[in-house]
Structure formats: structure tokens, C-alpha cells
Design a protein. Sequence first.
Length: 332
Amino acid sequence: MPSLRVVFAGTPEFAESHLSALLKSDHQVVGVYTQPDRPAGRGRKLTPSPVKRLALEHDLPVYQPQSLKDPAAQAELAALNSDLMVVVAYGLLLPQAVLDTPRQGCINVHASLLPRWRGAAPIQRAIEAGDAASGVTIMQMDAGLDTGDMLLELETPITEQTTGGLLHDRLAEDGAKALIEALDALAGGGLTATPQPIEGVTYAAKLSKTEAELDFHQNACTLAQKIRAFNPWPVAWCQLGDERLRLYMARAEERASDSTDDAVEPGTLLAHGRDHLRIACGEEGREVLCVSHVQLPGGKMLPVSALLNAHSPRLAPGSRLGSPLTQQEDNS
């Protein structure tokens, strides 16, 4: 099988796993592009990306331009004389001149089943939306946002136990396997590009900390999906008095009674389960959110069973979670 001369472009841990797989393959990595070092940690020390660290361990040339629109940066890329550029969560836009530089263009590993969840946060948005499956797509890049023709797809299920972190790790592994399969096929001339369907396009907006606060007026299923999607970042939370309670794992439960006497304010803690908090939510608090892992203010993430054994008074049944403003609106 012919060996391809590959330029790799990526930045975070997700991309690192793909570079690692590429380095173990029969293909030759002739250069690595990654974001400039960023301040990190309490000391705000300039820190290299995971991709840069791995590249330096293997004595690969590393390039960190602020932009690829610069003609000098484009000339530097052209000098690498590559067959293909592999892009995985790089973080910089590739202008048409860059897309046209490698002999076989540029391909991207995208963490969704395109055309669903184009954009910045496909892993979390798939869980948040309640999708039954996610996956990775190997795509021939064009000038659009994740609009290129598809070369290969690999699907994986999403269950009630799937968190953002678990799906991230699974897709990093699956994506690395799919990438090598695609490269081997491209090297042998045996891979056909398929245009993305016109229907079913959705966009995965970038995550923000501001959307992580829970509104217990929403239904239990929506809240549980959000909690799992936002684990481990930005982490869903709600007010616990004047502090924040962070929630990491949850599922929905239907309340047994249809009695009008059973209506309670959304956010009210109900009788605890054996290993989970039960929070009233939805219209008139008639649904139940079961939360199994939380983080109390000043503590670490723990199973709820450990907190209940400690008889935490802040989590007593009848207590109310949520912002004071929301509670005032309920009572008005």
C-alpha cells in the first residue's frame, strides 16, 4: 500500500488521539499544525496543546501560526510537499488557498453523523437533544462550515448513561480508527466521496457557562439530557441557598400519582431514593429528576448515596433548589 505524506492540524486531547494513531500507521507525518500556546493554570503559564506535546515527543516539526491567511504561512505549508492535510479540532479557519495546497486536499474528522450537528459542540448537543446515536464522519473539506462530501461514517449509540465525557472519549477512539481506514483507502484509490444530504442539517452552537444553570420548570427528560451532556464541562448547576450545587448524572422518572394534591413547586426536593436525589420539575412539579452524582459547594463530585449517609441538612426533602428570583416568580 502506498504511504501518504500527511500534514496534521489539531489542538486538544481529542485531536491528540488521532495524531497518535497516525504516527502508528504506515503514513508519514511531515508536519504538525496546532494553536499557539495559551495561558493555563493558576499561574497563567503559557502551555502547549496536547497535540504539540505529542509532536515534540516524536521530533516532528511544529507550526503555530496565528492565522493561515498569511501568505508566508501558506508558503510554509506548501514547502512541506504533502499529499493530504488531516484536520481534527484545529480551531483555525482554512482559507481556499490552504484547502488547495495538498495534492489530495484536506480531510476533517468531525464528531457527529453529518449533516446533523455541524459546528463547534456536536458531542454535547447530540446528548442534550436526546439523539439515539452519534458518531464520526470523515469529510473532504470545502470552504463551508462542515459542508464537505463524506468519505466514511462510523456510528455509536447514546444511552441514558452516556455523558459528554464518555462520548468524547469513545468518539476519539472511533475517529482515530476511522481516520486510518480512510487514509489507507485514499492511498489505494478506493474511497468514494458522497455529498451530504440536504435535509437534516443542524448546528451545534459553542458551549457557554451561562447556559449551564438548570430551570426546573423544564421537563425531567430535558434536564437529565442537559446534565449528562454538560459533564464534565461546563457542568450543569442550580442554586442551593446562596451557593451552587453542581449536577453530573441524572435520569428522568415519572411521578406515580396524578392527584392535584401532588403538585409541588418545581425545584423542590422530594423523598430521596436509595442512591439519588429526587427533584420535582416540569409543570407544577409533576415530573421527577433523579440525580445520582453531585458536587456540594467547596467539595468534590460524589455519589449522592455518600451525601445521604452523611445526612446533609441542605439536601433535606422539602428544601427548594433554584434561584431566589425564579422562586419569587413562582410565588407571585
